[in-house]
Design a protein around this ligand. Structure first.
Ligand code: NAP
Length: 308
């Protein structure tokens, strides 16, 4: 079995950028894209803040550009999920189902996944009115009353986007101030189709085979009420995709990969680097993910040179 120079695990902006740089540095990178390539931008609508696209671009289209650019310089792709890794010795081992791959270095860029509230009814009605992706499912709710849960940029973006289809969108937030950036807050607050319910948690999504509403509790008064809706969108953040990395390298208490010598992308294991949302608890933007992917590829180059 040949030993790869570098295996890149994960195919969002960080992974594809790492692949572009590693491929142009003649490292012949192998990218494990996962079954769902492209990362969270595949679930996004219009991306307005990625430099170079003054008129904005759809998330999936942007990712297809990233991939094509990585492919142009010779990146090889595997559309499977990594199931396990062994970083305890060199070469490092990356398991994709029953196959074991070996590499001198690894870039981890597996990103983050949708966080759910954790209600039984939320999972039962998933795809039956419960969704985490306005872009994917918004068009199913023409003329409907919708609920969006959350107070960050994602919730504001989803709520605003959903007003293209919905007759009304109610944002339910557990505090009385939003976490979202000012511009996103203003856009939502100025949208006549959006209203807010503050200091409120969702106890249950209501409905048998389709969402009919949700039962909520005001956290200040304790009063319980029902909000009728036909669609229930959860936008409360994300969790890093690191379950296969537990015990393999240093993770923080929330599961994010810990970087050792910022601003380098070194993890606690020499020759293993991390880029993008999987190590980013602060910025979590496509552009910062892409930038850290570039850094990781340069760190790999230097690491491989140091082995000679
Ligand atoms: P976030 O900033 O972490 O916000 C999560 C929101 O959900 C918070 O308001 C939080 O409440 C609430 N929340 C968390 N857990 C909850 C639970 N169990 N039940 C109810 N509410 C819960 O996540 P995000 O909005 O996904 O944004 C993540 C990052 O991506 C941010 O850096 C954001 O700027 C960026 N982003 C940018 C754009 C854009 O610029 N176009 C769009 C989307 C995301 P608290 O406020 O009480 O903590």
């Amino acid at each position: 079995m040949s030993v790869e120079n570098v295996i890149i695990v994960g195919s969002g902006p960080a992974g594809y950028t790492a692949a572009i740089y590693a491929a142009r540095a003649n490292l012949n990178p192998l990218m494990i894209e996962g079954y769902q390539s492209g990362g969270l931008l595949m679930l996004t609508s219009e991306v307005e803040n990625f430099p170079g696209f003054p008129k904005g671009i759809q998330g999936p289209e942007l990712m297809s550009h990233f991939r094509a650019q990585a492919e142009r310089f010779g990146t090889r792709f595997v559309q499977k999920n990594v199931t396990d890794v062994d970083f305890s010795q060199n070469p490092k081992k990356v398991m994709i189902e029953s196959e074991i791959l070996e590499a001198k270095s690894v870039i981890l860029s597996t990103g983050a996944a949708t966080k759910w509230i954790g209600l039984e009814s939320e999972q039962r009605l998933l795809g039956k009115g419960v969704s985490s992706c306005a872009t994917c499912d918004g068009a199913f709710f023409r003329g409907a009353k919708l609920v969006v849960v959350g107070g960050g940029d994602s919730a504001m973006e989803e709520a605003h986007f959903l007003t293209r289809f919905a007759s009304h969108v109610t944002v339910i937030h557990r505090r009385d101030t939003l976490k979202a950036s000012k511009i996103m807050q203003d856009r939502a607050k100025n949208n006549p189709k959006i209203s807010f319910i503050w200091d409120t948690e969702v106890l249950e999504v209501l409905g048998e085979d389709a969402v009919k509403g949700c039962r909520v509790r005001n956290l200040k008064t304790g009063s319980i009420s029902e909000v009728p809706c036909e669609g229930f969108f959860v936008a409360i953040g994300h969790e890093p995709n690191t379950s296969f990395l537990k015990g393999k390298l240093d993770l923080d208490s929330k599961g994010y990969i810990v970087l050792n010598h910022r601003p380098t992308t070194n993890t606690s294991i020499a020759g293993v680097f991390a880029a993008g949302d999987v190590q980013d608890t602060i910025y979590r933007q496509a552009i910062t993910a892409a930038a850290s992917g570039c850094q990781a590829a340069i760190d790999v180059e230097r690491y491989l040179e140091s082995l000679h």
